[in-house]
Structure formats: C-alpha cells, structure tokens
Design a protein around this ligand. Sequence first.
Ligand SMILES: Cc1cc2nc3c(=O)[nH]c(=O)nc-3n(C[C@H](O)[C@H](O)[C@H](O)COP(=O)(O)O)c2cc1C
Length: 344
Amino acid sequence: MLETKSINNTSKISSFLPSERFSVAPMVDVTDSIFRRMARMLCSQAMLYTEMIACEALVHEKFHLINFKDEELPCTLQLGGSDPNKLAFATKVGVERGYSAINLNAGCPSDKVQSGNFGAVLMKTPKLIGQCFAAMQEAAGDVPVSVKTRIGVDELDSEEFTFELMGAIYDAGCRHIIIHARKAWLNGLSPKENRTIPPLDYERVYKIKEHFKDLKVTINGGITTIEQCKEQLAKVDGVMLGRAIIDDPFLLTQVDEQIFSLPKEQCRSLTREQIVEQMVILGEQIQKEGRAIHFLYRHLLGLFNGCPNSRIFRRYMSENMNQKDASPMVLMHAYQAMLRGSLY
Ligand SMILES: Cc1cc2nc3c(=O)[nH]c(=O)nc-3n(C[C@H](O)[C@H](O)[C@H](O)COP(=O)(O)O)c2cc1C
C-alpha cells in the first residue's frame, strides 16, 4: 500500500469544521442562495455547500455569483478549476466574502466541466489536485479548504489508484476529503448516469479512513435516511447528502437533534405545517427582493413526500407557482388542497 510522505514545511494543513458532520451537497441549479436560506430554516447546524462556481468567473469579476446572506452560514463555497493561481485568487475572494470554508471540485463529470479541464478530469492528474489544494489553502489562511472527489475515473479504478489519488491530496496538506463512493465514467455516461450506474463502494472509503489516520473523511453517494447517516458516522467523520434533500427536504428537520445532538429546545424541528407558514414569509421576502417565488417553491415540491395526497400538493404547486405574479400564498393553498384531498 502507498506510503504517505511527510508534507513539506511550507504546506499549510487544512482543518475540519464541526458542521461538516452533516452537509448538503453542492448541486448546480439547486443549492443557490435561495435554496440555502430555505435549508437553514430547517436546520441550524448542517454545512451547506454552494453550487460549483468556476474560478474563472471570479477571475472575471462576476462576484455577484457568490453573494449570500449571513443567515446561510455555515456555508462552503465550491470552486471548479485546474489552474492553482486562479483557484487561489477565487479562494481569496470567497474567504474575504465570509464563507466558512472553501472546497475544490475534483469529481464532477459534466461535459462543460470536462472541456474546462476540471472536475472529474482532475482525478487523472492527482498531483495537480494536490497543487491546486496547496495554492488554495495558502490563499485561505486559517479558513479550511477541502477536496471533493470520487474513488476513481474511467479505467483508473483500482484500489491502488484510489490510494494514490487520496495520497496525493493528503501529501499536499489536505486533511478533509469528501469522497463520492463511486467512480466516474467520462466517456459514454451522462452526469445523471454517473450518479447511478457506477456502483457504490463504501468499503473503499472506509479503507481510506483507516489508512490516513488524521484525515477527516466525509462519505457521499446514495445516503437517504438519518439511520444510514448514523451508521456511516460510526465509520467516517462526515456524511454529505444531495438528492435525498431534493426529494425530501423535511429530512433536514431531524438533523440538529439526531446528528448534532443539540438540546431539543435549540433544534429547528419544525412541523410540515410550520414550514409552510415560514416559507410563505420567506416567499414574501424573496418577492420583495425582486425574485419570482418559484425560485423558492421549486425547492419545496418534495416537502410532503410520503404523506397522504402529496401528489395533490405537488400538482397544485406545479400548476400555480410558475404563473406570472404568483403570490406566496400559492404554497398555503397547495397545502390546503392537499388536506382537502382535491385540487380546487
Ligand atoms: C442536480 C445535481 C447537481 C450537482 N452539481 C454538483 C456540483 O456542482 N458539484 C459537485 O461536486 N457535485 C455536484 N453534484 C453531485 C452531488 O454533489 C453528489 O456528489 C451526488 O449527487 C451524490 O450524492 P447523493 O447520492 O447524496 O445525491 C450534483 C448532483 C445533482 C443531483
């Protein structure tokens, strides 16, 4: 098995924030600022990730892309790129803006990302990931930088390769790696297929955790329940959930108590009815800020998943929230339709 070299004296070592015990995954077109404001109302402790932001965009001064509200914190800015200098610049901007942590995307397989030579392609050059990390951590100072990656890419999928990949990141000083427990197939599979077809291999992730003793490992991929989170947390340091939160945002209401063991009175354990009331208020704020309410309500379509008549709720929402001048009360009306058991 690969030996870990001691890192050189100039490398900065990263750290791990307590909120990383449970995190909501970076998801393009999903985890925008409005999503994060919604998620934060359901859970005070979880780390929320931004969508991936190309470092190039920040180099070109598109700073509005990383605007956020303080209430979203703790929040990690995820960056995409492969040029250590540009990533360092973008990291500095993120840190100055007040993000809690910065993350490098070295696992996302979309075509756009591949043509930019970052995301999953980076796994083919583990040393470059290490260089990117080192430059970012140097720029970040005491703010932690982590790397999100997979266990392999294309034919580079052996256990030896996974160790080589994680070893290169570790040797650069990184002490928090988020591992999506499957490989990426860059040719032939769509990004969506790349999240389902390559099989999950949690054991590979546990072996990494066992070998690199002081490395904090967050496991990602296919986790859907609080019970599964607890089982994983017996073996690794953090869990990251993506699609499960889109499908069932209500799951977040259990996280403060069940994952962070917060005293009951401090937990944001709202009922679904309270969530509807709170989200109408947030919807009003968002409208005042000049955004249409569907930018919020699209994240709530799964709120009643598993409840009787949830299909009526979804249908009412889908038919009404995109209307021009739709009112924030659409959510309340959808809820009432669900309770009645009929659309109108
Ligand atoms: C709609 C969508 C967008 C995503 N965008 C990103 C992204 O911007 N950066 C990233 O590292 N991963 C991205 N992912 C991958 C997720 O972060 C996560 O690794 C993956 O969905 C597996 O976790 P899950 O099984 O809990 O969903 C995306 C996933 C989805 C479903």
